[in-house]
Design a protein around this ligand. Structure first.
Ligand SMILES: *Cc1c(COP(=O)(O)O)cnc(C)c1O
Length: 366
């Protein structure tokens, strides 16, 4: 029996990729602002209709350097969500900052904006929400709170490449937004990431931070790192970007089929696309309610017996990990969702027959 994995990386046509990387051999230029790197920068700007972007070797280091750019005093607090990939929380902590956890909405799993203000102290410097599964945070309420308390807003938009809210890229909101181009994401550059921002002055410093903090030939002003995107990554990005819209359309059709087939099953909750949002159909999370009969772990194991590999994504939540369990903030809803959520297989070539098979197992409960 063939295994159905939770995801499968999008790969472009092999010859097309070879054609792209031929340029690397022609130029003997592998990394450090190469031609393909610069071309991808421009192509993504066009695709997202945004003005400023800096590419990185992965999403996590983008986030770390985005925070470093802000130059917050060590020990400052950043309000964030525990219902995320632990990278979000690590980026805060690795900058010497303290994560403070805010609970999430029970419907779309993004940060519950009603709970942000009670967490603000005189040490708070920023809010770092996550557009989790590509669900858009309440960006307007967050902006209001941030303005009122003079806080920066840095979005982890790792899941939200191509998602728009009110006709604009989600990355148009906040001071910075991070995208991940990891192999498992909707758009990949093998490994890769980017920061998008509205302040054009960030660009120079970010380019320096990702190149060891070097500001000139004989001058280093920042304690930077190495987080440059290389030409092979950029070539993959250029090829994949051309196929992205088709891939998203394929994903949309599969999601619509999932919705149709699961809507008749008692105790399985799935998400409708939010108002004013165009989705990228990155993930297909479902929440297992008590009425379903089996609990989440039982469903996860049942699917496995049919060679269907779903993921408990996100479980456990960040504030249950050893390194964060003493952090501030009560998050009972995030905990409850994390114990009920499963992301089902979703990728552009999954095929309708596999969606039907998965839904049949969920429906039979055995
Ligand atoms: C993938 C991911 C990251 C990290 O991105 P990488 O490109 O893998 O470094 C951060 N946050 C979230 C929510 C992610 O899903």
């Amino acid at each position: 029996m063939n295994k159905i994995m939770v995801t499968e990386a999008s790969l472009p046509n092999f010859e097309k990729y070879c054609e792209k990387i031929k340029l690397v051999w022609d130029n003997h230029w592998l990394t450090n602002n190469g031609i393909l790197h610069n071309e991808l920068t421009e192509k993504i700007k066009e695709y997202l209709k945004i003005d400023n972007i800096t590419l990185f070797t992965n999403g996590h280091l983008s986030l770390e350097m985005g925070l470093q750019l802000m130059n917050f005093p060590r020990g400052s607090e950043v309000i964030t969500t525990p219902f995320t990939f632990v990278s979000t929380t690590h980026a805060i902590a690795r900058n010497g900052l303290i994560p403070v956890f805010c609970d999430i909405n029970p419907d779309d799993y993004t940060m519950d904006v009603k709970k942000i203000e009670s967490l603000i102290t005189d040490k708070t410097v920023a809010i770092m929400p996550v557009h989790v599964y590509g669900h858009v945070c309440d960006v307007e309420a967050i902006e209001k709170i941030a303005k009122c308390h003079n806080l920066k807003v840095i979005y982890d938009a790792a899941h939200a490449f191509g998602v728009t809210y009110k006709g604009k890229s989600v990355a148009s909101y906040g001071d910075l937004s991070m995208f991940s181009f990891h192999a498992t994401k909707v758009f990949n550059t093998i490994e890769g990431g980017a920061l998008v921002y509205s302040n054009p002055e960030y660009s120079e410093t970010l380019n320096q931070l990702k190149n060891f903090g070097i500001t000139d030939y004989e001058r280093v002003d920042y304690i930077g790192g190495n987080a440059k995107m290389n030409e092979f990554q950029a070539a993959m990005g250029l090829c994949n970007l051309e196929e992205l819209n088709d891939n998203i359309t394929k994903r949309r059709k599969l999601v619509e089929l999932y919705n149709e087939l699961l809507s008749t099953i008692n105790g399985i909750k799935f998400n409708e696309i939010q108002e004013n949002v165009v989705s990228n159909y990155a993930y297909y999370p479902i929440v297992v309610l008590d009425e379903y009969g089996l609990n989440r772990d039982e469903l996860y194991e049942l699917l496995k017996t049919y060679n269907i590999y779903s993921r408990k994504y996100f479980y456990p939540i960040s504030n249950e990990f050893e390194c964060y369990k003493n952090c501030k903030g009560l998050t009972p809803i995030a905990k409850d969702i994390s114990e009920r959520v499963i992301t089902l297989p979703l990728y552009s070539n999954l095929g309708e027959e596999n969606v039907r098979k998965i839904c049949k197992v969920i429906e039979r409960r055995q």
